[in-house]
Design a protein around this ligand. Structure first.
Ligand code: 5CA
Ligand code: ZN
Length: 407
């Protein structure tokens, strides 16, 4: 599928330090130690409603991973999917009387324009599941040949008992897994399953639902296996970062990791599992199913996209936080201050500011620290301090390239 246009980045002198990130599976902050080419897979949207601030915050975090890696001298190979066929999309299409393909196309187009406006670096491969159904079916076949699957009324399931690594990503208790599986699209109580946590790999055709041919008969892919197939085919196993919001830790990333491991015999499927906190509104996680949403498209109709980006950057990516309207006001004031500050003729040491921003960003994407460092520089520059004539241009480039904010 078409991705979206890349924002321009300004070259910075020298190179930044290696990126350290919190890996959910390890439970600690670790060095990411990619080869010259760093490989990242980020779970994309299910396109049945417009991009909200929670989505934007998640994609912003991985945009920063991408920027910090590039600044450290890596080439980045970045893949993202779009879940353009799945239950919630088909349900919404049926409710609204819209063809599911048109609904997905329209929402993906809106997502592209939101990502472009927020200056999110585009994936090298933006893959709709409907484009690669044959590849997903081929992976299900591999799993079948390894003896990891069985069928219930024509639907193909992954047998959790065949996965020695199940649980290694989330570290959750059985009880918690069962609870989350039921909440997040799973079917723990379905009669005929061998284990409540066995999950669907291939859903046999139902009347009125789209389907594709496969060795298991006509049907469509289950959710988790789509990402496993796309990541394996585009990046190969052992890629550097598997990313998404923290609601994907379980079941999605746990089950995907088991599929990858059983299919390839290689572990880890991803070297680091990186998860972004949930953005809430009115005390509850922002979600399409709850409908408590602040859409990026609506917000940027009234405010500059760069102010939206700055409002998100004020939070650490791993924090859960709540959106309130005052945050965009604060961000607009900050943006105006930074813009005024880079217009001065000279200011405090620009190279020192670059070092500070690099240090904060490489330390598990400490954006609040980086933003505070720029604030401090701007305040001093506006007070007439410092005689570094190159500083305004260097600060502009630093903020542009590492934080993605065009001043
Ligand atoms: N298509 C699947 C992934 S393969 C999916 O989860 N789609 S989604 O549209 O529901 O979510 C897209 C991304 O936004 C996921 O990474 C999800 O974890 C993240 N996300 C969803 N809601 C929020 C929220 N309130 N705050 C932060 N991130 C969120
Ligand atoms: Zn995914």
């Amino acid at each position: 599928m078409r991705s979206w246009p890349a924002p321009k980045t300004s070259p910075l002198p020298g190179a930044g330090p290696a990126l350290r990130l919190y890996d959910t599976a390890a439970g600690e902050v670790r060095d990411t130690a990619p080869d010259p080419t760093a490989r990242m897979y980020v779970c994309g949207i299910t396109p049945y409603d417009a991009t909200h601030l929670g989505h934007a915050n998640t994609y912003l975090a991985f945009d920063l991973v991408n920027r910090v890696w590039r600044d450290a001298g890596h080439h980045v190979h970045f893949t993202q999917n779009a879940t353009d066929v799945d239950d919630p999309l088909l349900e919404r299409a049926a409710q609204t009387g819209v063809d599911w393909r048109d609904l997905a196309d329209d929402q993906i187009e809106l997502f592209r324009s939101d990502m472009e406006a927020l200056r999110i670096l585009p994936p090298d491969e933006y893959v709709g599941v409907t484009e690669v159904v044959d590849q997903v079916a081929a992976l299900v076949e591999v799993l079948r040949d390894k003896g990891a699957t069985y069928q219930v009324d024509g639907d193909v399931y992954f047998s959790v008992a065949t996965s020695p690594k199940f649980g290694a990503v989330s570290g959750y208790s059985d009880e918690r897994m069962l609870e989350l599986f039921a909440e997040r699209g799973g079917d723990p109580g379905r009669p005929g399953k061998r284990h409540p946590l066995d999950w669907l790999l291939w859903r046999a055709e139902r009347p009125g639902e789209p389907s594709w041919p496969s060795p298991f008969g006509p049907g469509r892919p289950g959710w988790h296996v789509e990402c496993t197939a796309i990541a394996l085919n585009r990046l190969g196993s052992g890629f550097d970062v598997s990313g998404g919001g923290s609601d994907l830790i379980f079941p999605h990333h746990e089950m995907g990791a088991s599929e990858g491991h059983v299919a390839t015999g290689e572990w880890p499927f991803a070297k680091a599992y990186v998860h972004v906190g949930m953005v809430a509104l009115d005390g509850e996680k922002m979600s399409k199913s709850r409908g408590n949403l602040v859409f990026v498209s609506r917000l940027r109709a009234e405010h500059e996209p760069m102010a939206v980006r700055l409002a998100l950057l004020a939070h650490h990516y791993r924090a859960d936080w709540e959106w309130t309207a005052d945050q965009i006001v604060t961000a607009e004031a900050r943006l105006a201050r930074w813009r005024a500050a880079v217009e001065v003729a000279s200011g405090p040491d620009g190279a020192e500011l670059l070092r500070r921003v690099r240090r904060h960003m490489s330390d598990d994407l400490d954006t609040p620290g980086a933003v505070a460092a720029v604030d401090a520089w701007a305040e001093r520059a506006l007070a007439g301090e410092g005689d570094d004539r190159g500083a305004p241009a260097l600060v502009r480039a630093t903020v542009d390239t590492l934080l993605g904010v065009a001043l």
